[in-house]
Design a protein around this ligand. Sequence first.
Ligand SMILES: Cc1cc2nc3c(=O)[nH]c(=O)nc-3n(C[C@H](O)[C@H](O)[C@H](O)COP(=O)(O)OP(=O)(O)OC[C@H]3O[C@@H](n4cnc5c(N)ncnc54)[C@H](O)[C@@H]3O)c2cc1C
Length: 446
Amino acid sequence: MSARVAVIGGGLAGISAALACVDAGAEVTLLEASPRLGGAACSFRRGELWVDNGQHVFLRCCSAYRGLLERLGTTGATMLQPRLDIPVLMPGRRSLRLRRSGLPAPLHLGGALLRYRALAPAERLSAARCALRLRRLDPGDGALDRRSFGSWLAEQRQSARARAALWDLIALPTLNLHADDASLALAVKVFRTGLLDRTDAGDIGYATRPLAEVHAEPARRALATAGADVRDRTRVLALESGERGVTVRTDAGTVEADAAVVAVAHHQLPAIAGPRWPDVAALGVSPIVNLHVVYDRRVTRHAFAAVLDSPLQFVFDRTAAAGLRRGQYLAVSLSAADGYAQARSAELRAAFLPEIRRVFPGAARVEPIDAFVTREKEATFRAAPGSAAVRPGCRISTPRVYLAGAWTDTGWPATMEGAVRSGITAARAALIDLGHTRSLPEEVAA
Ligand SMILES: Cc1cc2nc3c(=O)[nH]c(=O)nc-3n(C[C@H](O)[C@H](O)[C@H](O)COP(=O)(O)OP(=O)(O)OC[C@H]3O[C@@H](n4cnc5c(N)ncnc54)[C@H](O)[C@@H]3O)c2cc1C
């Protein structure tokens, strides 16, 4: 008889776990509280528009996430730069690009850094030396997780300007914290794996269709085709587990399984956790806010850009992905958005629309036809010093229950890549422990 696995949560971790189990021949029931799959990476309709809850970006080094896209048949619904190339805009100054070359790492970034006019020449040299020192650090070193990236940058004599215009430019969207607040270990992981260790690692990718068409709907189809039972609008209330299996209690009855993969977000865990489950409250949360602005005409030719000397952070052209036929739709993506998460939409519009006009001359005299805000107050765990010690592995002291989610001990910050890795890892552990050895998902490489 095939193993019965219940997967709780239909985000990218749960989808990956469910696919891994069903592909290995297990009998899978996926239980998702909301009406749709996709979790923290999702879309909704606003009139004619498809709106993503927040801009999602991946890198070429996100091998597990890209593997999921392949499995779902949606690689073609994303773009991946042939070479890392970030336009950097500065109000009132000529824009520049952070663009890698084809040289072996870390030389591939040498030219970009030395030409990086956002910094003074001495700051560029100092940043290059700092990057080489960072490349020698081990992200798995527990001591690095006990201190902040910012304190280390200060020790490396990185100026305030270098921290804002270079290090935070990467830290903010990847760690969802400012360098000063982020764990050095996680920063090392991001900078080494995402930029410094391999020439092509940091090439940027993102969806060219709504996330619903990239993850949620294809995942539902793939799971159904493979024989999984996907139950949305089904909230799990509690799990009772013993050496012989798990009873999952939901608001629509019970599900009996040989093992359960729990793939809910860390802040959702206490609602279903048993007494011996890990306490992950100390991970905290970090918000992401997006301001969505629609114009009746094109205001910039940039597909996306980083913005310095302005609160705008990153701006993406969402026109085609959202299905807008005329005009242009820009999404301003604000990470580490503690200061904005509670603000009213009118306040955010009043603060940011003039900034867009200042940064994009094409928008200077154009009134948007729509401007609205999406707030994800619990977007990610805080990638802060000490977080590594709190993140549990997939096996916990409760028998037959396995944890997955971007917040588990993946070594990655809270990313789509981390979510997919965690799902595969938990599925593999559950199947192995059940003595299921056929068609096991491959172990995810470190
Ligand atoms: C605005 C925003 C922007 C982001 N940008 C990026 C980015 O650019 N790049 C990147 O890599 N990552 C980004 N992330 C992070 C990324 O989206 C997440 O790390 C990842 O999607 C988390 O997946 P997950 O499956 O671990 O958890 P989740 O997506 O949170 O999934 C958990 C699921 O469990 C369900 N659930 C909870 N409780 C129950 C219950 N009791 N019963 C049944 N179901 C339950 C929830 O409804 C949810 O669907 C962003 C996140 C946000 C919010």
